[in-house]
Design a protein around this ligand. Structure first.
Ligand code: FES
Ligand SMILES: [Fe+2]
Length: 349
């Protein structure tokens, strides 16, 4: 275990809760990006995430703050703050304090999840959080899938980038996930804040088969560093979401979801049980990765096999755009090994 030499304050969309954890009127405490935050939901259903401290005299709104319609009221002196963090009422004065504002975060609610946009410079969102159905360009909807199964692991010593590197790490599938043969990549596209990684993979058969004969695979979209969505083809229909959110400069929360497709014409209990078993297996495989990631030390530059060079280099270069210091560590490039030191400095910002 080691403190990652990469910034833990990257820009992008990050999950802070599941939608079902926040009912209208609820106020939840949380800590992400080294800041005390609260999430609350208005009576009309809007999810809000903001810093936790009242701008009046600093009460923590997560301890006794309560939702009144579309505002949150501080327990200390009753000041009310709206969904943008603006003061809208001081109960013992005829005017609110229009100047003061609690820092609030852009929220996107999709994939049964609550995502916030994080940018230490306060820039507005310039890309979207991916949608587990819409982003793959097909016509599937939630109705074609069983409700998602989830995994939540709190405060692990890992960086979001480790999880995305897993997607270009073809060799680990055989060793961590026991696939009979090593998968091959069919797409690496790192041109935009969303990157695309597709590969051919099978969990069936033995090691004598050729990857050229395999007719199944996975398409993955990394929506920045915080959210990765996958869609399978040629095997049990499943989609997954991994969402990794930095808590402080050492640890992250890990959330994972798996959706198993319904079989048309088969809505019986047996089919549902089978789906549940397959979902549990996908989660088990993900926990095998988590076990590695949460004890790993970021290797920069890593010792790469020749075939690994392209994918890792592309991913690590792509990742740098999300770091406030512009550096994310460079794959297999001895000339820039000083980058690790400067990004370490950056991570304390
Ligand atoms: S500290 Fe919140 S109203 Fe006074
Ligand atoms: Fe993996």
């Amino acid at each position: 275990m080691a403190k990652p030499p990469l910034s833990m304050k990257p820009t992008g969309w990050f999950q802070v809760a599941w939608s079902a954890e926040l009912d209208p009127g609820d106020v939840r405490r949380m800590k992400y990006f080294d800041r005390e935050m609260i999430a609350w939901r208005t009576s009309s259903g809007q999810a809000v995430v903001m810093d936790a401290y009242c701008e009046h005299l600093g009460a923590h709104l997560g301890y006794g703050g309560h939702v009144e319609g579309e505002v949150i009221e501080c327990p200390f002196h009753g000041w009310q703050w709206n969904t943008e963090g603006r003061n809208v009422c001081i109960p013992y004065q005829d005017r609110p304090n229009r100047g003061r504002r609690i820092r609030s975060y852009p929220v996107a609610e999709r994939n049964d999840s609550i995502y916030i946009w994080h940018d230490i410079d306060g820039r507005a969102p310039y890309f979207d959080a991916p949608d587990i159905f819409g982003s793959f360009g097909d016509t599937s909807t939630a109705a074609d899938y069983y409700p998602p199964m989830t995994l939540f692991r709190e405060g692990l010593e890992l960086h979001p980038q480790y999880v995305l590197e897993n997607g270009v790490d073809f060799a680990h599938f055989k060793f961590v996930h026991k696939t009979p043969i090593i998968p091959v990549f069919t797409r690496h596209d790192f041109a935009e804040p969303w990157s695309y990684v597709d590969f051919t993979i099978t969990f069936e058969g033995d090691e004598s088969q050729s990857i050229d004969d395999v007719r199944s695979g996975v398409e993955a979209i990394n929506g920045g560093l915080g959210i990765a969505v996958t869609k399978s083809w040629g095997m049990v229909d499943n989609r997954t979401i991994s969402a990794i959110t930095p808590v402080d400069d050492r640890t992250s929360d890990v959330r994972f979801m798996v959706y198993i497709g319904r079989t048309p014409g088969r809505d019986d209990q047996r089919a549902e049980e089978k789906a549940g078993e397959f979902g549990a297996e996908v989660i088990r495989q993900f926990t095998q990765d988590v076990h590695i990631w949460s004890h790993q030390r970021y290797s920069d530059p890593p010792a790469l096999a020749t075939a690994e060079y392209e994918g890792f280099t592309a991913l690590r270069k792509w990742a740098t755009q999300f770091y406030p210091d512009g550096r994310g560590g460079n794959a297999a490039d001895l000339q820039t090994s000083g980058a690790a030191t400067s990004s370490e400095k950056g991570s304390t910002r």
